[in-house]
Structures are given as structure tokens and as C-alpha cells.
Design a protein around this ligand. Structure first.
Ligand SMILES: [Zn+2]
Length: 240
């Protein structure tokens, strides 16, 4: 049985929705983080409110605890389809999209992006990058949650951006780094997006209080790179 790593329930506006009809085609296994048809951005009601630090902070008017990650950053709202009897989201997969909250759950708790099992292996944490993923600079950052030993090859096959031949990063640690999303501010039309930084924003920056996040990032530390066949060979050897 697949259990979400962190407690969550659909936002109040989603309660009462019926599961979509099962899909009749396509592979049975869909990564937990994949967004499903019918899971859409929820209408926002963003406001900027003064805080005791003298700065304006971004909020939802009807905010609740599920709207922020454990570091307190506001998260983009996206509806949840009901889950099936195995705890997996229902609905046709939208293969190129990650559900913002499920991405954060797996990244935050270092769970496998396919099955939500703890992702740490005897060799370390496995992160996969595609041929078009760039990691400029000295730091290696990723917005792709790890995979467990059982699903390394599955992820390489299922995830379009990995192109079937991922570069494997085997990390001994991967501290949380920051978030990807949009900076909000006050403009002519009230609260509106004012910047969409290309690189992920580190959690420590002051701008984070006006940030609406949609993906969480980790920094790969003490890592080495290898290809998928090498990884599977080393995993087999470590299990022997
Ligand atoms: Zn897995």
C-alpha cells in the first residue's frame, strides 16, 4: 500500500469531488508526483499583509496550514483528485507536470517520487537528471525528488525529460536548498507577479516572504555521477 509521506487532505474547495473515470490506456504505474487531469490551479486570493518585521508578507485570504511548506513559504494551490484504494491519485496523468504539493511532499521527506517509500539506499540517495537538465555553477541543485532503488529504472522509462538515459547522481546528503516560483508585489492591479527568478530562490533570502512556490529544490552534497547500468550493477552488488 502506498501512503503519502505527510498528512494531507484535499483543500475544502475540493471536498465532494468524485473520482474521474479510470483510464483505459497507458501504463498502469504513474509516478506519485505526476499531476493528473482534473488537478488544476485553484483560484487565488493573494494578499500582502504587514508583519512585525516591517515587511509585507504574501498570504491567502483564507489560508490554512496546508498552504505553507514546513519552512513557512506559501505554496501555489492546485486541487487534488481523490486517491484510489492504494493511496494513488486518480485521473489521466499529465506526464510533463508535477503536482506542486506532491513534489514538495516527496522532496521534503526524501521519499521516492514513484511510490513514496523512503528513498535512501545502501549507496546513498539516487537523483536522476535528463540530458537537457543544466546545473550551472559549482552547486548541483535539483527539483526532481529522489527515487528508491526499486524504481530507478522505472523512473528513467516513465519520465519524459529523462529521455530513457538519465545521468545518475548518487548523493550522501542532499540538504534542502530553496524553491522555484514567483515573487509577488504591489502593482497597478493590486497584488501581482513582479518577478519569476530563473534559478531557485534559497530559503534564506528575505524575498521569500513574498514568494509563491511551486517546486522545492535540494542541493546535492558529496555526490558522484554514474550511468543507470552502473547504478543498477552497484545496487545488485550491495544487496548481495
Ligand atoms: Zn519507489
Amino acid at each position: 500500500m502506498i501512503t503519502p509521506p505527510l498528512p494531507y487532505s484535499p483543500h475544502p474547495s475540493d471536498r465532494g469531488k468524485q473520482p474521474p473515470a479510470p483510464t483505459s490506456s497507458g501504463p498502469r504505474l504513474v509516478p506519485f508526483i505526476t499531476q493528473r487531469q482534473g488537478e488544476d490551479p485553484a483560484p487565488d486570493n493573494l494578499v500582502l499583509l504587514p508583519h512585525t518585521d516591517g515587511q509585507l508578507h504574501l498570504h491567502y485570504l483564507d489560508e490554512d496550514a496546508r498552504d505553507r511548506d514546513p519552512r513557512g513559504v506559501l505554496w501555489a494551490r492546485c486541487s487534488f483528485n481523490p486517491c484510489d484504494a492504494h493511496g494513488q491519485p486518480t485521473g489521466r496523468p499529465q506526464w510533463k507536470l508535477m503536482h506542486p504539493y506532491r513534489q514538495m511532499m516527496c522532496m521534503q521527506a526524501l521519499r521516492c517520487q514513484i511510490c513514496t517509500a523512503p528513498a535512501r539506499t545502501p549507496l546513498g540517495l539516487i537523483f536522476l537528471a535528463g540530458p537537457h537538465d543544466h546545473t550551472p555553477g559549482a552547486q548541483v541543485l535539483t527539483n526532481q525528488p529522489p527515487v528508491c532503488a526499486r524504481h530507478a529504472r522505472t523512473a528513467a522509462t516513465l519520465c519524459p525529460h529523462l529521455d530513457g538515459n538519465p545521468k545518475v547522481f548518487l548523493a550522501q546528503s542532499a540538504p534542502l536548498h530553496g524553491v522555484i516560483g514567483t515573487v509577488y508585489g504591489l502593482g497597478a492591479h493590486g497584488v501581482q507577479p513582479v518577478a519569476q527568478p530563473g534559478p531557485p530562490l534559497p530559503y534564506q533570502l528575505p524575498d521569500i516572504t513574498c514568494f509563491l512556490a511551486s517546486q522545492q529544490t535540494r542541493r546535492l552534497h558529496s555526490h558522484r555521477t554514474l550511468d543507470l547500468d552502473q547504478l543498477l550493477h552497484e545496487l545488485d552488488a550491495s544487496a548481495a
